[in-house]
Design a protein around this ligand. Sequence first.
Ligand SMILES: [Zn+2]
Length: 251
Amino acid sequence: MIVLLVMSYQVKAEKTWGPTGHRVVGTIAETHLKPKTKRKLKKLLKKKSLAFLSTYGDEIKSDKRYNKFYTWHYVNMPLDEDYDASKSNPKGDLVTGIEYCKKIIKDKNSSDDDKAFYLKMLIHLIGDLHQPMHVGLAEDRGGNDFKVQWHYQDTNMHAVWDYKMLDRYDMSYQELAANADVLTKDEIKKLQEGTTIDWVNEVHQLSREVYKSAEQGENLRYKYSYKYLNVVRYQLQKGGIRLAKVLNDLF
Ligand SMILES: [Zn+2]
């Protein structure tokens, strides 16, 4: 019983970019899709937007039937190691989850229902990959046990990066997507280079900085947003641009 209680607590504690963040990633991705990709997605996803489907991975989290996908939302690494050097999670992680989704979607023998399910997971996971606390330490469960205050309220670093900063900014996902910084074609191309593991290692560099950005128990306020809200916005933009690349490659 105690074990069960602890487990259900963990399920609740380990969140993800809030819905706003995931929807920004989905909306930005749509602006970078090739016409052929758009057509195929429209059919498989029954005309639902990527923003609408981007939160599916979290919506099924509390449903026990989907427990096996739980570890796919994050990957833990020591701060001084990269993905290949660190011990892998036998239950799977962000990287193996993303690669599994791609495999099912590419497989000619997969049913359309399976393809749709793994597409929805993929849309979500590429978003999670760009949240630095989803590429954090195992010891503090990706910053969930890194306790801080956010404008005088008790919370943790994971939540600050998932949604506290964005919620306080209080802009809709459409407005955030529409006001993403303007990038050149070359900058976009550059961001789309690399493998899933390269992207994880890149975000892990940011995780290191985030771990140094506050003391345990510190009351984070405006100064923190001045410094990091733009980082959050850029991570969401990168997530969207890369999600489009992954989808364009698949279709
Ligand atoms: Zn997630």
